[in-house]
Structure formats: structure tokens, C-alpha cells
Design a protein around this ligand. Sequence first.
Ligand SMILES: [Zn+2]
Length: 122
Amino acid sequence: MPTNNQLTQVSSRGTGNSWCRAPLDRQIQLNNQTITLEEVARFLALIKCDARVVVPNRMTKQRWGVARISRNEVVLYRCSVWVFLHEVAHMLTPGCGHGPKFGEKLDALQMVWQVVEAAGMV
Ligand SMILES: [Zn+2]
């Protein structure tokens, strides 16, 4: 896992989720919250998603994550909760871009994350 000392975001730029209704401060909070591969694995098991998650050594400033749907694979360049949930939402809404279905899925995943985190399950 790369270190995530640079996870700081104070504006909405780069969140890429215009259809998501989660409050902006919540998006930013989750975007600044690091996630480990153990947490990733536990969360995916809970939502019964069998996607593989890859964290490359090479980091990029241009992209924070990619959902490779045909490979059933999520690539995290930035190991934040928000980027992870964003890419998982893509995996679960193939072909929907950042449209309303994607936004609803991301909202739902954010709420699930809140519940499982509060329950100490991630
Ligand atoms: Zn996206």
C-alpha cells in the first residue's frame, strides 16, 4: 500500500459525481479518509461484490481510480474511501457513466459504508 499522506481535498473538484446526493462535506471527508486493502476486502464481501482491487505502485495525479469492468477489477491510485466507493459504483452500474443510476448507487454505497463503519465492521 502506498502512503496516503497527501490525501487532502478542500473543494469539490475531482470528485466526479455530479449525480451523487451525498453532501459535499461528506464527500470531502470520505475522500480524505484512507482505506486499507483489508477494509476493501471486508466491505466488498459485505456487499457481495467479487471485484478485484489493485493498488499500483505507480501513482498518477490525473486519475484517482479506474473501474475496469470487463476485467472485474478496480484500480486505486488514491486509496481513499470516496475513490473506492466511486469505482465500486461504476462496477455495479456498467455503462451508466456518471448518470443518475451511478449517483444513486454511490449514495447507497456511502450509506452502507456509514453503517458498517459505525458498527466497526470495516
Ligand atoms: Zn467515475
